[in-house]
Design a protein around this ligand. Sequence first.
Ligand code: GDP
Ligand code: IMO
Ligand code: MG
Length: 434
Amino acid sequence: MDKPSENLAILGLQWGDEGKGKVIDLFSASFKNVVRFQGGNNAGHTVVVNGKSIALHQVPSGALHSECFLVIGSGVVLNLEVFHQELERLRMRGIEVLDRLLISSNAHLILPYYIALDNWRENYSDRIGTTGRGIGPAYEMKASRQGIRIGDLDTPKALSRISNVYKEVQLIVGKDTTLLSPEDVLQNLNSLITPLKKCIGNTQVYLHEAWQRQESILFEGAQATMLDIDHGTYPFVTSSNCSIGGLFTGTGLPPKVLDKVLGIAKAYTTRVGAGPFPSELDDSIGEQIRQIGHEFGTTTGRPRRCGWLDTVALRHSCNVSGVDGLGIMKLDVLDGLNPIGIVKDYKTKEGNRITSIPSTAYDWENIEPITEYYEGWSTPTKGITNWNDLPVQAQRYINAIAKETGVPIAYISTGPDRGDGFVPPESWLQGWLK
Ligand code: GDP
Ligand code: IMO
Ligand code: MG
């Protein structure tokens, strides 16, 4: 199939780690441009090719396709030191991206001060369970207009801007936390930015022109709707808009650039960090899912909390982003479990059924899941590449997800490798796979 002229967004629908990296890598082969538009190195997107795995944190997941042009939009917050480590890891795999990469000069830098502030907050206030990468403070400084954009490093005022941030952070973390001097921070940033200079520019103009030239664009979401600062389980969220709105603000492109939205969900649910998780299984089944699914964070190595698929959360996420199709991941992890639960709705402690997500953290504490159980399957789904080869119980399970969400299934994943999974025959994604 020729490259599609249509543009696609791939977004997480749960609490992150749904398998976005795998799907983005898979579909990147059909796209000219792959774009990150929000988040930073809190993201960990794993791509597995022929059993070899690579974790990408800030480099777009189209990196493994040498013909893909990679864009980091202005909505991303970038840690340059980690970025270099990532480039080095790719280089060791024979993958060079600097000749096909454009980073927005308006993207904000993650300063070491932000990491200190992030960790200070985690110790001195209610824990969110952040990744400790300074993401929250980076977006805070952006919103308070104290942040340092990549382009600022070129200006004579760079040092005074960094000094302002230093003073603010020092006021909060106090003298006990040793902070690098603004001079040292600037010097480090300047040496880190030098090899990237030719990759820095105006991504808004580049993307607009690429769109006008009808070059296909794949937009790569990081994190997921339930971690979205506006539409997630606030305050247990990240600090960017991970649902559809963040794509437009983080690139400077208008909504009509998008043709389709593919929402990614695991066949069950996981969450790292604190916060509401109504379908959580704090028992041996949850542990079984964690072990079989290798549910340990790509970025921090923390064990992920595991539970049944929550279709209340999925419906919410699909509505927020106008999802056209679902990619259901890690079906194989449920092999051998019997029965398998799906959370259909919630009920309040008073027994009232509710069909949409609550608002405040307090409201979340006062609901319980309503779970329906489906018969499991005994023949493995691992590596299956065809709908008809799925056990009938797995087909029923998948069909129930489509029914509960009202969104068709566009892709089914049955293992971590590129080849594990398939686009069902009637899916609109048919023909998009090279
Ligand atoms: P992302 O952050 O959404 O890109 O997801 P992560 O990479 O953090 O976590 C997903 C994990 O599941 C990775 O280790 C993937 O290699 C793995 N994975 C993806 N799809 C499948 C699948 O269908 N089956 C299994 N068993 N593993 C998968
Ligand atoms: P990907 O892109 C899973 C979670 C953290 C924490 C909360 C806030 O791999 O799906 P932050 O460091 O962003 O301030 O932490 O958000 N979190 C993620 N959980 N996958 C991610 O990214 C995440 N990025 C942040 O665990 O609960
Ligand atoms: Mg991840």
